[in-house]
Ligand binder design. Structure first.
Ligand code: ZN
Ligand code: ZN
Ligand code: FE
Length: 745
């Protein structure tokens, strides 16, 4: 007989790990104790040496699906304590906090079965959960993860639940949010005025939805606005009330078969949809031009019910609902009951709420399926706050992100914790939530940053926040160029070191020369970069206004290409340009998209970021053919001169060529241009690895054609896999660059 102390580090709390251990202990005829520590769990076991070793060896293979075992440390001893049984000891609250926290998990099959079983005591109970599913991150106030430190502290367990909770054989053993109709939270329904309506809350909500009403529904990380999706008028009403003119709505489908009625769903996409993370997956519409009232492009964002409450909304009579985040004019998602009835007054016709508090906002995740994996436009619920592991010890750092699709990252050793979706950091409410989330993460993971990274842009609120904290706390500040951060983010995402070629295409980012960049080819690594390629800068008459009025860009493109300009206000723009009045230069790829999209009549007025580019993608046919690429070189930067392309597009237009074909040729030209720049960069640097980052790579036509074209030229190509390709992913790059910069000092 021997004794062994086993320390298991990783995501092993709140994931059914202790009952699993209990069963294993019995199977291997061992005895001892287990307790949660702040870095995982600690086991002390006695038994025969061979059995102990087998037990340890089997751990990683047999662990529950949610558990992530990062490291196992063992210490054998001949000194016995003569354990006779297996015992669970209280959490060690004093120890250093190092525990990873589970994201929220979609309802599991076992709970789903009970939910729909009339003989079960939790039949139709909208808060059913177990160790394998239910709320986690969004209800946690503090660590270690125990009921007392979650929103569930308000609900003392009834004797039945308590028995389950303490029964190691039960699948709710130590499930912190475990509850039932006798002891747990309850749903209630309020009318448009916020007054309680008597009756079965879920049936009231279902009746309202069927009648074409808009109902606010409390989910895991915030409140959704839901309505039927089969009637154009209802969707239109929701758009009008929410002041969301054209941005696509996500839909929640009863099941995969229902999603297949409107979208093409591959086996890989189905796996992503049904995974316990339940993201919104952008699926291609079955018919081009269908469901225009939900989404004006070729994709629809689809998710499956992920809470028991969602499941109960559906039936034979309701198989699909619009489910859009309840928020107003780009402020954070509404998540508290009092906030809901106040802020959503006049928007929602009814409220399906409940008394389990949401501690932390967490919007739905949004992704495409690319090469069988999630390709994020937004990494949030279901993924956050799982860390992204990086190739080297990053110590404790904070990276503050950019402005659009703001995010932050905090590191601790080899773990980087990217934040949930924060939104565009352009208003006070979003800034407050951003700051609160940074503090919350620092507390949960016990991180005190030794340095702070931020964007180079002097006017971003994230930059101001970083500078202020750096000053107050006397810690170094590292300002990182936007596109360098994009490149580094994609490197870190793929665990690359050394130097690479980076194609970074996005809408906007502050350049080292004070102009706006965004169609960049860079060469470098975490320790620095040089700009080797770009596009001919475009003067933006009216600055930021061009994103709403892309004809201003069209005018600039045509004028520069010596084409006649018939755009309204052309004379005014010309005067602005002549006087150098609010006409910043931009090499942003997003602007080129905007300008061409407006030029060919795809979209001449935009109501949200990237709309012109998204609709151009939607319009593009599978046509091949290219426009002439011309080049100009200045200070070692090879610039794509788009003037020849603009003239050729104008020619195609005057010949009456379909705008979908023109759109396709434009995209083909960009692919060709990217390859050309990389080939040139390879000739100069000898580098063969290309990373792709930036919001433009949310364009799936580019994402299918560009990597393929680069591989044909012999490049190794990397895209984002664990964080978003848009500005949300930037903080990861900032963090790794700051790590290198502070290490060198
Ligand atoms: Zn479950
Ligand atoms: Zn109970
Ligand atoms: Fe960017």
């Amino acid at each position: 007989m021997e004794r062994v102390l086993i320390h298991i580090h990783g995501i092993v709390q709140g994931v059914g790990f202790r009952p699993f251990i209990h069963k294993q202990v019995r199977a291997y005829r061992l005895a001892g104790t287990i307790k949660n520590t702040s870095s995982g769990v600690e086991l002390e076991l006695e038994g025969e040496r061979a059995e102990l070793e087998r037990f340890i060896a089997d751990l990683p293979r047999k662990a529950p699906k949610l558990a992530v075992i990062e490291r196992v440390e063992t210490e054998f001893s001949a000194e016995l304590k003569h354990f006779r049984d297996f015992e669970i000891l209280q959490s060690k609250t004093e120890a250093q906090r190092n525990t990873l926290i589970s994201p929220d998990i979609g309802i599991c099959d076992d709970c789903l079965r009970e939910l729909l079983d009339p003989s079960d005591r939790r039949w139709r109970y909208p808060f059913i959960n177990c160790t394998n599913c239910g709320p986690r991150f969004t209800i946690i106030k503090d660590v270690p993860y125990d009921r007392a430190k979650t929103s569930m502290s308000a609900f003392p367990m009834c004797p039945d639940c308590d028995r389950e909770y303490h029964d190691i054989e039960n699948r709710r053993y130590h499930a912190q949010p475990d509850c039932c109709p006798d002891c747990g939270p309850h749903v209630f329904y309020l009318d448009a005025e916020g007054k309680p309506v008597p009756g079965d809350a879920i049936e009231l909500a279902r009746a309202a939805l069927k009648a074409g009403k808009i109902v606010a529904i409390k989910g895991l990380g915030g409140i959704h606005l839901a309505c039927r999706c089969d009637e154009i008028e209802i969707a239109r009403t929701l758009r009008r009330r929410k002041q969301r003119d054209e941005k696509p709505f996500a839909v929640m489908c009863r099941d995969v078969d229902c999603a297949k009625k409107i979208c093409a769903v591959s086996a890989e996409e189905e796996a992503l949809l049904t995974s316990f993370r339940r993201p919104i997956v952008l699926l291609k519409k079955r018919e081009r031009g269908a469901l225009e009232h939900l989404s004006e492009n070729n994709y629809v964002g689809v998710m499956l019910p992920y809470t028991p409450l969602h499941v109960l909304l559906f039936g034979d009579d309701i198989d699909m609902l619009v489910m859009t985040s309840a928020n107003l004019s780009d402020t954070p998602i509404v998540y508290r009951n009092d906030e809901a009835t106040e802020k959503l007054r006049g928007i929602a016709d009814g409220f399906l709420l409940h008394d389990r508090e949401i501690q932390t906002r967490c919007d739905d995740s949004l992704c495409y399926c690319l090469d069988g994996e999630a390709y994020f436009a937004r990494r949030s619920r279901g993924y956050v706050p799982f860390p992204v592991s990086v190739h080297e010890d990053a110590g404790m750092l904070l990276a503050c992100g950019a402005e659009q699709k703001a995010s932050f990252c905090l590191s601790k050793g080899n773990y980087v914790f990217p934040s949930q979706h924060i939104g565009d950091l352009k208003n006070i409410e979003t800034l407050e939530n951003y700051e609160r989330q940074i503090r919350h993460f620092e507390k949960l993971f016990d991180i005190r940053p030794a340095a702070i990274a931020c964007d180079l842009h002097p006017d971003y609120l994230s930059t101001a926040y970083a500078a202020e904290r750096s000053g107050e706390e006397g810690i170094p500040l590292v300002r990182v160029q936007h596109h360098h951060a994009h490149m580094a983010a994609c490197m870190a995402d793929n665990a690359l070191t050394g130097e690479v070629i980076g194609l970074v295409w996005d809408g906007t980012g502050y350049g080292t020369d004070g102009t706006t960049w965004g169609g960049e080819c860079l060469v470098g690594g975490y320790d620095g970069f040089s700009r080797v390629g770009s596009i001919r800068p475009i003067p933006l008459a009216g600055g930021d206004l061009v994103t709403k009025e892309p004809l201003r860009v069209t005018w600039a493109l045509k004028r520069d290409a010596a084409l006649p300009t018939e755009e309204e206000n052309g004379a005014l723009y010309a005067t602005m340009l002549q006087n150098g009045l609010n006409c910043p230069l931009s090499s942003g790829m997003g602007r080129l998209f905007d300008g061409v999209s407006a030029m060919i009549g795809v979209k001449t007025r935009c109501s949200y970021e990237g709309q012109g580019a998204i609709l151009l993608e939607a319009a593009a046919t599978a046509a091949d053919g290219l426009y002439p690429a011309e080049w100009e070189e200045e200070n070692g930067i090879l610039r794509f001169d788009w003037r020849g392309m603009i003239r050729a597009i104008a020619d195609d237009q005057s010949r009456g060529l379909d705008h979908g074909v023109i759109a396709a040729r434009f995209l083909n030209t960009l692919v060709d241009m990217g390859v050309h720049q990389c080939v040139r960069a390879r000739e100069q640097s000898g580098l063969e690895r290309v990373v792709l980052s930036g919001g433009s790579f949310q364009n799936m036509i580019l994402m299918h054609r560009l990597p393929e074209a680069l591989r044909r030229e012999g490049f190794a190509v990397y895209h984002h896999r664990r964080v978003s390709t848009n500005d949300e992913g930037i903080s990861l790059g900032q963090l790794l660059i700051a790590r290198t910069a502070t290490e060198r000092k």
